[in-house]
Design a protein around this ligand. Structure first.
Ligand code: CMP
Length: 139
């Protein structure tokens, strides 16, 4: 079924000016960018977005990294968009990511891993709502 998922192009990628290369991977996989904005997250936004990871040892560093530069927030639409996006991204740790995936080709480390993508349709809906109003999404 046609789904939507939420994607972030992270500060390591905006810093290296490779957002276009990443978007090309997403579009080539059949995903359509139906909403997009480049923002510099506040500490409060980053903490709120990653609240599920609050107790993890890497939480503080993750938040600092996510506010270290601009990010590109996106809503992606397509057939099985959540799973498709995860496939194109590759594993969280670039060392484990399959060849040809975004993280295998672009990520710098497990933290600076270039992209975020929702892990399930329910999470996608919540994450999209966290950053986008309905009228900002144009399918
Ligand atoms: P993301 O898919 O955005 O979800 C949580 C993020 O935490 C992850 O990508 C990484 O950027 C970051 N992170 C840093 N260290 C770890 C770790 N040890 N395990 C998982 N995620 C980590």
């Amino acid at each position: 079924a046609v789904q939507r998922t939420f994607s972030i192009i992270k500060p390591d990628a905006t810093r290296r000016n490779i957002t276009g290369k990443i978007i090309d991977r997403l579009e080539s996989a059949g995903l359509r960018v139906v909403a997009q904005k480049r923002v510099h997250l506040t500490k409060e936004q980053a903490e709120g977005f990653y609240a599920v990871h609050k107790e993890r040892p890497f939480f503080g560093e993750l938040v600092s990294f996510m506010i270290s530069g601009p990010v590109v927030l996106q809503v992606l639409e397509g057939e099985d968009a959540v799973a498709k996006n995860r496939e194109v991204m590759g594993a969280t740790n670039p060392k484990d990511a399959a060849p040809g995936t975004i993280r295998a080709d672009f990520a710098e480390s497990i933290e600076a891993n270039s992209v975020h993508g929702s892990d399930a349709p329910e999470t996608a809906a919540e994450e999209i709502k966290f950053f986008f109003k309905d009228e900002e999404i144009v399918g």
